[in-house]
Design a binder for this molecule. Structure first.
Ligand code: SF4
Length: 266
């Protein structure tokens, strides 16, 4: 679909859970708002209905996000259900990679095309500190498993505080280069002040060319990460929620108070 500003909106990012097995400081800080109750989370059937309806409106790219999508039970079944939808040309997932070594093969067999893996440091201690105890070796094993399962191209999402010339970012860039991976650098964002940047090596944050809407795990279609606008698929129905979100999508993001990263998958 084309929005009011002439942008082609064809990319649906779907958060399948607000839960995660890590506690990255910039995403799930201490004293976090409550997590969603089970009944608030969309079922696989509801998620598939949103994706099917979106494809009918011209969407071709679907990405599964979280929280951490691999902590959602039977996630490979959801992937298999989505992979059956004709018209999805790109079915991808963003993951922190901690469980990927266990899942890569079954996800590929279910029909997943590729993965983006969060990796902010190559230093095991620094990585553990940034992620609230994450094990870097498990992420590296997950990257190898994704490569073997042909979930390619594998892209690394590296969050930077100020610039991609920070030591951690340079180490991730070197690792990516040496291993035939793509690294992208995501500058720290601030939802409250509406401070964000275009992703280095990617297209996120480029409002004039924005092509996406997001579905949060509790069924809210959010036309923009940096906006409080949200349309409930359970209250409005899937078609109306998607149409209204695309029609009311803002020209650019700004300060917002209703989004939280782990609930909308960044
Ligand atoms: S801030 Fe909103 S409009 Fe801009 S790139 Fe992000 S989602 Fe798109």
């Amino acid at each position: 679909m084309i929005d009011r500003f002439g942008r082609t909106i064809d990319y649906l990012r779907m958060s399948v859970t607000d839960r995660c097995n890590l506690r990255c400081q910039y995403c799930m800080p201490e004293g976090l708002a409550r997590l969603l109750r089970h009944e608030e989370i969309l079922s696989f059937e509801e998620i598939v209905e949103v994706a099917r309806t979106a494809v009918g409106m011209g969407f071709t790219k679907v990405r599964l996000t979280g929280g951490e999508p691999l902590v959602r039970r039977d996630i490979e079944q959801l992937v298999a259900m989505l992979a059956k939808i004709e018209g999805i040309e790109d079915l991808a997932m963003s993951t922190n990679g901690i469980l990927l070594d266990d899942y890569a093969a079954v996800l590929a067999a279910a029909g997943l095309h590729r993965v983006n893996i969060s990796l902010d440091s190559m230093d095991p201690e620094h990585y553990a500190q940034m992620t609230g105890g994450g094990d870097l070796q498990r992420v590296l094993a997950g990257i190898e498993a994704a490569r073997e399962a042909r979930l390619v191209p594998i892209k690394l999402n590296c969050v930077v505080t100020e610039s991609s010339t920070e030591p951690d970012a340079l180490a991730v860039a070197r690792f990516a280069r040496d291993n035939g991976l793509e690294a992208r650098f995501i500058h720290m964002m601030d939802l409250a002040t509406g401070k964000f940047f275009v992703v280095e090596g990617g297209v996120g944050g480029d409002c004039p060319r924005c092509n996406r809407v997001r579905l949060s795990s509790d069924g809210m279609v959010r036309p923009c990460l940096f906006s409080n606008l949200a349309f409930s698929v359970r209250e409005l129905g899937v078609s109306q929620a998607l149409e209204q979100a695309i029609w009311e999508k803002p020209a650019a993001g700004g300060p917002c108070t209703h989004n939280w990263m782990h609930g909308i998958g960044g």
